[in-house]
Design a protein around this ligand. Structure first.
Ligand code: ADP
Length: 373
């Protein structure tokens, strides 16, 4: 029996010694009674130096007062816990080097002696990674802002010379007084078409950069919003003989104008990319998922092959040729930006020839007072 006990104790000691984190036993006076091998590695003190020393040996001077306060508080209510939750904790090595740590405290009783087992984890690498991540995300944010600014200025400034080209081309054509079947008339036609198309692209770019600029979060009744989108699209709905089936939709916190544009783009696309053989049938539904609303806009149109599913959300990316379906490849980029603005996500489920479902989520934004950063 005694042998068995000794064996268990020896095994336990081996485990403690092999632990890749520092384990320190401290008594109620704050003196160290035992440290494992890793503590020596971490703090560069020998076991002999630490045993009997006060815990303050491994705490930076500027934290000692606070430490004593916390230690006394722990002694009054000694329950297992993480030390200093929400604060940055530091320890100090023998050579004076400070490093960030996480400390777990556990009250234990050895014999009749109440002790505290402290588990100390060096989190320097994690902190370094966190700092790097924060730095990268700040840089990325800055780059995005710069890019948007550039986009806005460039598209604004490009409009001016383009308008000049369009009006001078028009004036020149009239001055030359060409006949309908003159070859030059055809050439003027190409120039005007290309310039008009470019004007649309620039306009789209400008709109893209302005999206969400002065947006204000408010409660939006999606059912009413869709009624008015439907009214706006009435001409193309009737022309294509489309039917819209809209199920119960919620009232959500959103940027109204942007949300409206999102539905408008998705429904217009469902009508535009319809099959020749069938009238467009579009269903719009929503369901609550955790703290978000998930919306689906589903159509019975021509669909999109899987390999293009990511590409279509990128600005100016088009899958179907302009000769068959007019467009500039901006609509879905707008949709993605609008969803990003709402901190949501958007994806497509579709197969060629089998219709498409655009599924997007908008989280509950009621806690945001203005545009989420
Ligand atoms: P545009 O319609 O102006 O080309 P979008 O950004 O709205 O630009 O769409 C990008 C591409 O995604 C389209 O060119 C089209 O190929 C495809 N697409 C978008 N919506 C649908 C849809 N409902 N069904 C099939 N294809 C679609």
């Amino acid at each position: 029996m005694l042998d068995q006990k000794k064996h268990t104790f020896d095994t336990f000691q081996l485990i403690v010694e092999a632990s890749p984190n520092a384990l320190i036993l401290v008594n109620k006076s704050g003196n160290i009674e035992y440290v494992n091998a890793f503590t020596e590695n971490l703090f560069l003190y020998s076991k002999k130096e630490l045993t009997g020393a006060t815990l303050e040996t491994i705490i930076p001077n500027r934290f000692i007062n606070k430490h004593n306060e916390y230690f006394q508080r722990f002694l009054k209510n000694p329950t297992p816990r993480q030390m200093g939750k929400g604060r940055d904790l530091f320890a100090v090595k023998k050579d004076g080097q400070e490093f960030p740590v996480e400390i777990g405290l556990n009250p234990i009783v050895v014999g009749n002696n109440p002790l505290i087992l402290a588990l100390i984890i060096d989190i320097s690498e994690r902190k370094k990674a966190e700092i790097l991540l924060r730095k990268h995300s700040k840089e990325l944010e800055l780059k995005n802002k710069e890019l948007e600014q550039f986009n806005s200025i460039a598209s604004h400034d490009l409009q001016e010379p383009l308008n000049t080209i369009i009006s001078w081309t028009d004036l020149l054509q009239h001055t030359l007084d060409l006949s309908e079947d003159d070859e030059s008339t055809q050439m003027f036609g190409y120039i005007t078409n290309a310039a008009t198309r470019m004007k649309k692209l620039i306009h789209g770019l400008l709109e893209y950069s302005h999206l969400g600029r002065d947006a204000e979060l408010k409660q939006v009744n999606c059912a009413s919003l869709l009624e008015s989108v439907e009214e706006d699209l009435l001409a193309s709905i009737e022309k294509s003989n489309a039917t819209l089936e809209i199920s119960d939709l919620p009232t959500i916190w959103a940027y109204e104008l942007e949300l409206r544009l999102l539905f408008q783009n998705l429904i217009s696309n469902s009508i535009k990319y319809r099959k020749e053989s069938e009238s467009p049938k579009i269903t719009i539904s929503a369901k609550a998922i955790n703290d978000a609303w998930q919306f689906t806009v589903k159509d019975n149109g021509i669909g999109i092959e899987k390999e293009y599913h990511d590409k279509i959300f990128t600005i100016f990316q088009r899958i179907h040729p302009s000769e068959t379906y007019e467009g500039s490849g901006i609509g879905l980029a707008h949709c993605r930006k609008i969803i990003d603005l709402h901190h949501g996500s958007i994806e497509i489920e579709s197969e060629s020839g089998k219709g498409s479902s655009f599924i997007f989520t908008i989280p509950d934004l009621k806690h945001y007072k203005s545009a989420p950063e």
